[in-house]
Every structure is written in C-alpha cells, then in structure tokens.
Design a protein around this ligand. Structure first.
Ligand code: FES
Ligand SMILES: [Fe+2]
Length: 351
C-alpha cells in the first residue's frame, strides 16, 4: 500500500518547469527524481539540462557561471557546453594533451513543447525512442503556444498520493470549499461517468458540461470535456465549445520518492484571459493549496505506516493508477512493450 514514498518510473518524460521560468542566457537549479540538475536556455533560446555536478571534484555547477553558451565551474574553471561536454580546462599547458570530448558532466534529453520544458529520465542512459521518443503534446494548441496561466506548489507527499488526489472524484465537496466555489455541506449527488483506456493511462470519455454554467458559456454552445490521465503523472482536460477551447494540464513531477511538485497550467483561446492572469492564478493557487494542505495533514498519519484502503468506485481510478504503474515496471523488467491492462468501464459514486 502507498506510504510516504513511491516507486518512480523511468524511461519517460517529466514536465520540469514552464519555459518562462528559464530566460535566455540563464540557468536554474532543480532536483527532480532525486537528481540535481542545472536547467538552462542558451542565448539562441534552446533549452538544456545538465547533471549538476562537476566531473572534476563534484561541486555543483550551479555555483559557477553561464555565458549563454557554456557553463563554467566555480572551482577550477572547467567549461561545459550544453551537451555536457568539457570544452576547456584552463590549467592545461600547450604540451599537455587531454581529449576534452571524453570529459562530460552528463546531459539529459531536454525539449521545449507547448511552452513547457520536458526532461527525459532514462533507465540506463538510453535515448528516448518509440512511444517515448517525444514528450506528450497538448491537444488543440500548437507546439509553440505557451500556457496563459501556470502555477506550481510543492506537495510533501509521494507521486502516488499526489496522483490519487488528482483522480479522486469525491474529495471536492469536503476539501474544495470556498465562497467563490462550493460552499460546505452541499448535497452529494449520484454521478456516473464512462471511462476508457488511453495511451499509458485512461480517460473519462467526452461528455457535455451543464449549459447553465456561466463559465462554460464563455466557450460558446455545446461545451464538452474529456479528461485523460497518463503515466508518469499527467492529467489533461480538454474543454471545447463551438467558439473557444481551454486545455488544462496538471503535471505531477517527483522531486524525490517522497516529495512532489504539482504544476497546474491552462491554455486558453480567449485572448482576454491573459489580462485576468493575476486574479485567475490567485484562484488557482487557493484551490491547489487546499489539496496541498490535505497532504500535509495526511503525512502526519502516514508516518505511522497505517493500513490504508481503496474502495469501489470512488477509488477505482486510484487502483487503475497502481495497475498502470505495475504494468510499466513489469514490461520494463521483461523487456517487452507496455500493454494497457485497463478495459472500458462505467464508474458510479456520489459527490
Ligand atoms: S571542481 Fe569543477 S573545475 Fe574543478
Ligand atoms: Fe483536489
């Protein structure tokens, strides 16, 4: 059962940070999947990710400098390009021959797509290939379209508990209560939703949203939504009306086996939404922080390693999540392709 830590999947892309968080000619240090990284953008605008440790004496490269092309270590001035290859050792004299191309700090595959920086965490140094050749693309919007809104919060929990929160249909009435959203003690209603397998996950099949809701009216008539969940921790919601569309991404990125960053991003086709960014991002933060506070409290219980349970159908998606992860790990161990073990199913609950 899921406790304080989770098994982290490798051989896949993780959303590291929004592209806007790393300016041209700058670097940012981040620990992801327990690995210290230096994520940068060269002066031509290309993003890269280096292992944040100098191969000479191990000091983190983040203490050095970046000139827009190469990172210089703060200790003895060795310089590395964005592929992680050493290009200069200042102490060498002309007659001292060293093959610099063999000296590497190590770089991870790093791609910017939909305004997000994705990093591939390999199993054993392999390059991304097959279905994992590229990071996932957002629906509706072009690769060059950056999100209009984005927030991130640190969650002191494993990726499994963060994922359970994402796909938990029955906590909202108890956790997400505010004057502007849902007030407390609201009556629970019976719900029924059809689910189907999707690449590396499952999706709540496209269904109509209530036409009387003012927020959905902004998208036009016939507003529908489809919500997909996929490994290693992505929830993609695509809401479409006959005039406008909104795509929401929640990305669960492990900092370590027991800590997680939760990113929430929205792409919107209505240009005016950017003008409301401060207000909308504030509301998003209030909402996501309610989830964060719950996992902080949950942690107080999990340290005692209690026995936990998952019930039907409210927690069926959480069960699916664990089955998908097991299949990923088994397929990897057997050296065979991932086979989605899920079948179409209707889930029922009250929320
Ligand atoms: S430790 Fe980095 S150059 Fe010596
Ligand atoms: Fe929530």
């Amino acid at each position: 059962m899921q406790g304080l830590t989770a098994t982290l999947l490798r051989g896949t892309w993780y959303m590291a940070l929004p592209g806007s968080a790393v300016k041209a000619g700058a670097t940012v240090a981040r620990t992801l999947l327990g690995e210290p990284l230096l994520i940068g953008r060269d002066k031509a605008g290309v993003v890269f990710a280096l292992r944040d440790a100098c191969p000479h004496r191990g000091i983190p490269l983040r203490y050095g400098s970046f000139d827009g092309e190469t990172v210089t270590c703060c200790y003895h001035g060795w310089r590395f390009d964005r592929t992680g290859t050493c290009v200069e050792i200042p102490s060498l004299r002309e007659d001292q021959q060293v093959d610099l191309s063999k000296i590497r700090c190590g770089a991870l595959p790093c791609v910017e797509r939909n305004g997000l920086v994705w990093i591939y965490f390999s199993r054993s140094g392999e390059a991304p290939s097959g279905y994992q050749a590229e990071p996932p693309a957002m629906p509706v919007f072009a690769d060059a379209d950056a999100p209009a809104l984005g927030i991130v919060l640190p969650f002191p929990c494993s990726t499994d508990h963060a994922a359970f929160g994402l796909m938990d249909p029955t906590h909202a009435a108890f956790v997400h209560t505010s004057w502007w959203f849902k007030s407390k003690a609201r009556k629970l209603r019976p719900k029924e939703k059809a689910f189907e397998p999707a690449p590396f996950g499952f999706r709540m099949a496209r269904h109509a949203l209530p036409p009387q809701n003012i927020a959905y009216k902004l998208l036009g008539a016939n507003v529908t939504t489809e919500i997909s969940y996929c490994l290693p921790g992505l929830r993609i919601e695509e809401i479409r009306g006959d005039r406008n569309a909104v795509v929401g991404l929640t990305a669960i990125t492990p900092v370590s086996e027991g800590e997680t960053e939760v990113h929430q991003l929205f792409w919107v086709s209505m240009g005016w939404a950017k003008a409301l960014r401060p207000l909308l991002q504030h509301l998003m933060t209030v909402f996501l922080d309610q989830d964060r506070v719950v996992v902080v409290q949950q942690r107080e219980g999990l340290v005692h390693d209690p026995k936990l349970m998952l019930i039907n159908d409210a927690d069926t998606q959480a069960r699916w999540w664990m089955r998908l992860k097991s299949e990923w790990i088994e397929a990897e161990a057997a050296g065979r392709p991932f086979e989605n073990p899920l079948k179409p199913m209707v889930l029922r609950w009250r929320s």
